[in-house]
Design a binder for this molecule. Structure first.
Ligand SMILES: NC(=O)c1ccc[n+]([C@@H]2O[C@H](COP(=O)([O-])OP(=O)(O)OC[C@H]3O[C@@H](n4cnc5c(N)ncnc54)[C@H](OP(=O)(O)O)[C@@H]3O)[C@@H](O)[C@H]2O)c1
Length: 286
């Protein structure tokens, strides 16, 4: 059950607008307020069903559940605009990569904070979203219900979020590359592009469904069932092995996860430094 009267989405960009669209379509009677900097962003958010405004402070004051979906390096500027005195008793979910729960807790004094990492498949209601909490939250069910409007949710320890970003956050891009490569292989072998593309998507969806339906099997078992001796599949698999494709895919996830960790370190150092400075200014002006 999503017990919120008004939800603010601060930063209605790519992921923010997908969230706005899901909330507007799937929740009745919940007011969605969206913010952005440019006219285009606000216009787009309004088209998706949100009340689109420029004032972040007003959006926070009028909502009890707030999603922060600006880029991490824009977070300090966003705080400058909201002020530091608006967060008490608010529930805040950040989808910003790298900004830790501890940084969020420092910045959003008095708020209950969560981090979520959805992916672009939320557009079709199929995001695999990881959510982390710092243990003090009492609106976990509300946050879960919110992200279930985008797909499946998994509650994880915060330290898993970098790997999640490298695997599931970046995942749609990796899978899109693999789809493109397979389709191009079919075109090189004489199939037209349109048919090749449809076939790859069907194979991909079907294989995922099949593996889910046979929940206890290892993917290698399915591979072995398809690879008949001296047949077409084993010939193809030989190419994968000789070119080190499996090792490359494993390294791809490792590298993407490592990059997420690096970004986290850069972002938190910078955000904490800017926050400390801003809080000192607030104290001075009191
Ligand atoms: N894209 C993904 O697949 C994905 C998935 C999971 C998490 N994330 C995370 O989500 C965040 C946003 O990513 P994105 O890809 O959606 O980026 P994006 O398209 O650039 O969206 C960011 C939005 O924030 C707005 N913004 C910036 N400063 C603002 C301010 N002070 N007040 C109000 N709005 C402000 C921008 O407005 P204007 O357009 O008007 O400049 C822009 O629309 C990032 O932290 C990213 O790590 C992204």
């Amino acid at each position: 059950m999503l017990d919120a009267d008004s939800i603010a989405v601060l930063g209605a960009g790519k992921i923010g607008s997908i969230i706005i669209r899901a909330l507007s379509e799937k929740l009745d009677g919940v007011k969605v307020i969206a913010t952005g900097r440019s006219y285009e962003t606000l216009q787009n958010a309004a088209k998706l069903g949100a009340i689109a405004i420029r004032e972040n402070r007003k959006a926070v004051l009028e909502s009890d559940l707030i999603i922060i979906s600006v880029k991490p390096f824009h977070f300090p500027q966003l705080l400058k605009e909201t002020g530091f005195d608006v967060w008490v008793d608010k529930t805040v979910v950040s989808v910003m990569a790298g900004v830790t729960l501890s940084t969020l807790q420092k910045a959003l004094e008095g708020a209950e904070v969560y981090r979520a990492m959805p992916n672009l498949n939320a557009y079709v209601g199929r995001s695999a979203t990881a959510i982390a909490e710092n243990g003090s939250g009492y609106r976990k069910n509300t946050v879960d219900a919110l992200f279930k409007t985008l797909g499946t949710t998994y509650w994880v320890p915060e330290e898993y979020l970098d790997v999640w970003t490298g695997l599931a956050g970046s995942g749609p891009a990796f899978i899109a590359e693999i789809i493109d490569a397979l389709a191009m292989g079919a075109v090189a072998s004489g199939l037209n592009r349109e048919l090749a593309y449809k076939a790859v998507l069907d194979v991909l969806e079907g294989t995922a469904l099949l593996l889910r339906a046979r929940s206890n099997i290892h993917p290698a078992q399915l591979r072995d069932e398809v690879a008949t001796p001296s047949g077409t599949t084993i010939r193809g698999l030989t190419v994968l092995e000789s070119r080190g494709v499996k090792a490359a895919l494993m390294e791809l996830v490792e590298q993407a996860s490592r990059r997420s960790r690096e970004i986290g370190t850069e972002v938190n150092e910078r955000v904490v430094k800017e926050l400390t400075f801003m809080l000192q200014q607030v104290e001075k002006n009191k």
